[in-house]
Design a protein around this ligand. Sequence first.
Ligand code: ADP
Ligand code: MG
Length: 568
Amino acid sequence: DNEKQTLGFQAEVKQLLQLMIHSLYSNKEIFLRELVSNASDAADKLRFEAINNDALYGNDHELKIKVSFDKEARTITISDNGIGMNREEAISHLGTIAKSGTKEFFGKLSGDQQQDAALIGQFGVGFYSGFIVADKITVETRRAGAAANEAVRWESGGEGDYSVEAIEKASRGTDIILHLREGEDELLSSWKIKSIIRKYSDHISLPIMMRKEEWDEEKKETVLKDELETINQASALWARNKSDITDEQYEEFYKHVSHDFQAPLTHTHNRVEGRSEYTQLLYIPAKAPFDLWDRNKRSGIKLYVKRVFIMDDAEQLMPTYLRFVKGVIDSADLPLNVSREILQESRDVKVIRDGSTKRVIGMLEELANADEQDKKDKYTTFWKEFGQVLKEGIGEDATNKERLSKLLRFASTHNDNDEQNVSFEQYVARLKEGQDKIYYVTADNYKAAKNSPHLEIFRKKGVEVLLLTDRVDEWMLSFLQDYEGKELVSVAKGGLDLGQLEDEAEKKEHEETESSYKDLVAKMKEALGEKAKDVRVTFRLTDSPACLVADEHELSGNLLRMLKAAGQ
Ligand code: ADP
Ligand code: MG
């Protein structure tokens, strides 16, 4: 219908608005980056829809973004000729938050402004960041393909509600009009707006245009001319030469594609030629997203074909265990009308995916093996945030298993703390004389692992044991039998053979002890009956009187507990 309607924001939107206005004020310039980023996304969406429907362009093929301001009215306007929105879209896109992990996010807010500001940055604020500087936002939008009298005006003061009504709009796309709050007048200047755009939005591949400004000798002031000028470089960042891109530009581009506020840990940017031709610009975030464990989570890879945006979350381009990677892949070979179904089957896609996987692993190796402290610290951060996900790769990616196993980090009896920072390589370098195996224990948590009675004999002999306490560990270990020929052995499995670590005199002593307890063992077996498969004299324990062990060929105690907990 065409009536003017007043609607309430979703509760989460109200909460977000409140928080954002207060906690992000010191960062207020980011509103322009967010709105320009949305305008650019809107152009991408139109280009994509128009692949199969060229009529959507009408007579306006030149996609661009225009930023203007009005000193008298005290407004800033960001206009695009992208996809636009119809009434339903305006209501659902600007009145609710559709992001996955939204509930978890709001559950994490503490009420402490500083803490929450950091969280909000991570969540991404998007369109609503306009309310940091505006006390009213008017959106006038007309969807591509809709008639002039089918346009919509959405308006809100950023408190509890917003209105929508039908209007006429002469051209396709969206105008976002910010009515500035009291005291924000410094934003009403060409110089100020240009410098913000150059700082945050230079990487945007569409031209961002503003009216030219010129010094007027008679009036003794600068005046705006009708002529427009482009104020960004307006070429796809990933298509430029590495040497022409600054660190800041890489960083801002990351924020644009990832909707993250924090700088990434690292990136890799390559043009690949050969069997398949493509460009990849891939980033590793510094912080795990809220929905890292969400099975329906969107992947972070945008697919382009020869600079034309094709789709977000092209999950076929990255294996699941690298789902935290963000960035862009631009293929020169795929057809423009490629669909998700085609992606699934495509041999080109498989080549790209394999190549990208190797690049990401290479990027992680570079951090993990670096001598520089800051890179090492980055790997530590990476492991804390994404280590558990990377472990999935041991089971999922047989081709790269060996490289991945070198990237694993564990807590260990060597360091005697819960930090996961010991690699297999370090473990192997510390092997005891005569030790040819890698020992580990699995448990629900660090404390249980470190206090395991199974460790006693190893501590006594000074043999290091890895302490594995992540949920995925048991599963991962079922795919990892050895590391560089050294068998991985659980200290909790029966018939533990300490091999060369046991000397001859000890062996003899053990045999004598065993035979002297023969009768006792037989009695205990009888007493326990069905409850125990076997009773043995052990030399593993130094302080505890007894312990339970799993049969060599059976599931370990920890896995049994996990399966029970899962109701199996
Ligand atoms: P995000 O960009 O992360 O999706 P935003 O809060 O920035 O979140 O924007 C919310 C949604 O509003 C967008 O996903 C889009 O559907 C819609 N939107 C915002 N700005 C525009 C625009 N200029 N043109 C078309 N749609 C827009
Ligand atoms: Mg956005």
